[in-house]
Unconditional design. Structure first.
Length: 189
């Protein structure tokens, strides 16, 4: 599985950059309207889902554990589509959509990291990213009555931290591929 992730370190990097951009836009525009937040979140979830699905499908023949990555991508894609098909979404419904997405994504990331722990140094970054996702989702489920501005800032902070962790993981995967997996294949990512 580490081979698959390492060969696709560029997709991990793109996921991290997308999360980082989403988070920064959210933090620096805290007065953002609910409709704009729905569009930003929907776009992020769609991009994340497509990148994850492409990575899983592209490596399905080389990797026997590609299904967890595929499920993660399908969930992200589905939630992105739902946000665009349901534009009149309320603040609480959006909050619960984001919370469910964060918990499911986090669990899938932890499962992937546990499978990598014996092969890749630094897998704790993926575990930490997954744990942050689950914790973030639980907080949103438990405290849905928080003010809209606070929720926007929490979402932005989560996305920035998650994006940074994925970017760091992508660099570690690239380094692993160059060191252990072979330098020629590293340039293909």
């Amino acid at each position: 599985m580490v081979d698959t992730l390492a060969r696709n370190w560029g997709w991990v990097m793109l996921r991290g950059i997308a999360a980082l951009v989403f988070g920064l836009l959210t933090i620096f525009n805290p007065g953002i309207t609910l409709v704009a937040l729905v569009i930003l979140f929907g776009a992020y979830a769609l991009v994340d889902g497509v990148f994850t699905i492409v990575s899983a499908v592209a490596n399905r023949h080389q990797e026997s554990h590609w299904v967890a990555l595929l499920i993660n991508g399908i969930v992200s894609l589905a939630i992105g589509i739902v946000t665009f098909l349901w534009p009149g979404i309320t603040a609480f419904a959006l909050l619960y959509l984001i919370a469910a997405w964060a918990v499911i994504t986090g669990i899938m990331e932890i499962v992937t990291a546990v499978r990598l722990r014996e092969v890749l140094r630094g897998e704790w970054l993926l575990i930490l990213a997954g744990a942050l996702s689950v914790l973030f989702g639980i907080v949103l489920f438990v405290a849905p009555g928080a003010g809209a501005l606070a929720v926007v800032l929490w979402i932005g902070a989560y996305a920035v931290i998650f994006g940074i962790l994925l970017i760091v993981l992508a660099f570690r995967l690239r380094s692993w591929l160059r060191g252990v997996g072979g330098g020629a294949a590293a340039t293909a990512g």
